[in-house]
Design a protein around this ligand. Structure first.
Ligand SMILES: [Fe+2]
Length: 233
């Protein structure tokens, strides 16, 4: 359970944030429905368990050819509020391609679909809570929230935890992206320190010479230093 007392005001995005238009329709207007306890106790995702495949954490090797764009490594640790590793937990990500286009029927923004890029990956943290993905740096893309609205480059993350009820969803951004200042999703987290927990850090030690730049994104699940998560408060 989330201890709301441990969360500082403005450190998590509110359910209702009118500048981010979708929250107006999405935020609960009715009393919440209590989830039956048997759902909360489910020990695995309800869609079943499939073993992690060899290329699930390398989005550049999931097709016959390589995707277009800047190859990057995204890695970090998943920890609890005391810095203890969250071991063997499912980490999933999804993103658009280098041109800012999702492989999704609803995305009709006039940028090319990359036949060699699906944009989805998953992995399991190791005994130290570490995860690592190889992917392509996502592009910015326009969206219909307001006039001339553009999403900063970002990667969506899902942390599953031990059961369906513990799933947490967030977004990772890139350092020094000027679009963050104009993005209602990023700005729905009002505390500037909490905002920075959504921004990955360039990390020379993660780079691979002649191959890929590396970005570190550590994820804190709870407590005052928690990563902001969607729909939690
Ligand atoms: Fe997105």
């Amino acid at each position: 359970m989330i201890d709301r007392r441990a969360l500082e005001a403005g450190s998590q995005p509110p359910l209702l944030y009118p500048p981010y238009k979708s929250t107006v329709k999405r935020a609960p207007a009715q009393p919440l429905v209590i989830v039956p306890e048997r759902f909360a106790a489910l020990a695995a995702p309800v869609y079943g368990y499939l073993p992690i495949g060899e290329t699930d954490n390398d989005l550049t090797r999931q097709h016959a050819g390589e995707p277009q764009g800047e190859r990057i490594i995204v890695a970090g640790r998943v920890v609890d509020e005391d810095g203890r590793p969250v071991r063997h937990t499912l980490v999933e990500l999804w993103q658009c391609n280098a041109a800012g286009r999702y492989r999704h029927a609803r995305d009709n923004h006039p940028a090319p679909v990359d036949p060699h890029f699906t944009g989805a990956g998953r992995t399991i943290t190791d005994a130290e809570g570490r995860y690592r993905f190889v992917t392509i740096k996502p592009g910015a893309y326009p969206w219909g929230n307001h006039d001339n609205a553009w999403r900063p480059a970002h990667i969506h993350f899902s942390l599953f935890g031990p059961s369906l009820a513990t799933r947490l969803v967030t977004q990772m951004y890139f350092p020094s992206d000027p679009l963050c200042a104009y993005d209602p999703m990023f700005q729905s987290v009002r505390d500037p320190r909490a905002q920075q927990r959504l921004v990955s850090a360039f990390d020379l030690s993660l780079t691979e010479p002649n191959w890929a730049l590396g970005y570190r994104f550590d994820i804190v699940l709870r407590g005052r230093a928690s990563t902001p998560f969607e729909g939690r408060v």
